[in-house]
Design a protein around this ligand. Sequence first.
Ligand code: FAD
Length: 375
Amino acid sequence: MSSAEQFEVAVIGAGAMGSAAAWQLARRGHSVILLEQFGEGHQRGSSHGATRIFRVAYRDPTYVRLASESLRAWAELEQESGQVLLEQSGQIDHGDPAAIEEVANNLEAAGFKAQRLSPTQAQDLWPGMRFDQAVVHSVDGGRVFADRTVQTLQRCATARGVTVAFHEPVHSIDSTADGVVLQTPRRRVHARMLVIAAGAWVEDLLPGEFLLPKLTVSEQVPVHFSKRNSSLSWPSFLHHMHTNAEALTFGAYGMESPFSGSAASGSGVSNTERLGVKVGVDNATDVDQVAAYIKEWHPGLHPEPVSSTQCLFTSTADQQFILQRQGPIVVCSTCSGHGFKFTPMIGELVADLCEGRPARYNFSAATSASEPKSG
Ligand SMILES: Cc1cc2nc3c(=O)[nH]c(=O)nc-3n(C[C@H](O)[C@H](O)[C@H](O)COP(=O)(O)OP(=O)(O)OC[C@H]3O[C@@H](n4cnc5c(N)ncnc54)[C@H](O)[C@@H]3O)c2cc1C
């Protein structure tokens, strides 16, 4: 058998989180290999697509603090890469008044601006949308550019000496006295530490003794809609629609986003027009359900979808993040529909755990279950 290549840290999964972990570890001087089962820029996980919502507005103050620290981490990545990755173009939460008041109070407590608006005031600012209850506008929110971020992280990691290996599924993980040995079809890797950032595949890779909260994987269908009038603008938005008996909030989310694909016939939109609004609705299993939401809440959009994608959503029951170390293994499962906005900061927290530093966040005590399920 061939001898194992030696690294301080092996990272499984080159989605947003694994790529961020590899970059942050390399910034701290560690030798790192990043192993990805599919090709560069693949669309089979959770991190593909042009955009994701960025917001500092959360009902749980843990995530307000994390988003606040993430602003610094995004700036560091932008500075190193020279790329624009975060656009603070504004974000609103609207709907359930109790939820909106909580969001507004949390923003103010953390030193962020929170502009409370009546439905009429909001309607005047964003006439393409409909509002019926409370609204809060956060100027610090906006969107992040997802594909560009993943690409940038991998490029910056490579520039700092990380070996980035595509088409290399990790088939086995064996513990050794001083770390782990991984097997891919092409190589054996020995590493002192292992980061598993495998998204929807995380449970397939976990050694039996590693106990995690139950994870559910589902397919989400974000759908693009085109504007009736190109002069209309949309903020990134979260719509808090209702809360069920288990205190889980259901809602919808969306943001202005470029789309690819041709316009639906009859939508009146030319194929060259490519900026639309990407919308997802909690629990919607097909495009028609999202289109029904658009008809009711977004009079400024053509309700015929222009394109849709599929994206895997890996969630714990209460939408908390998993960032946990046991021996030489760190598990990073920070999706639950809302992880992207924290990407470079999650990489930093993973690097802390690999280096044996104390955890800065206790996600098991936090809960984002009272937020809409994604965004
Ligand atoms: C529809 C949707 C909308 C979202 N909207 C937002 C939003 O608006 N704002 C926000 O902040 N967040 C949002 N999110 C969440 C965000 O996109 C995720 O938190 C993030 O993309 C998770 O990245 P990841 O690296 O954990 O997973 P992934 O991107 O899935 O990466 C995991 C990688 O591991 C690889 N892998 C798995 N097994 C192996 C193996 N054995 N060997 C090698 N490689 C392996 C996979 O191929 C994959 O590339 C949304 C998510 C979805 C699905």
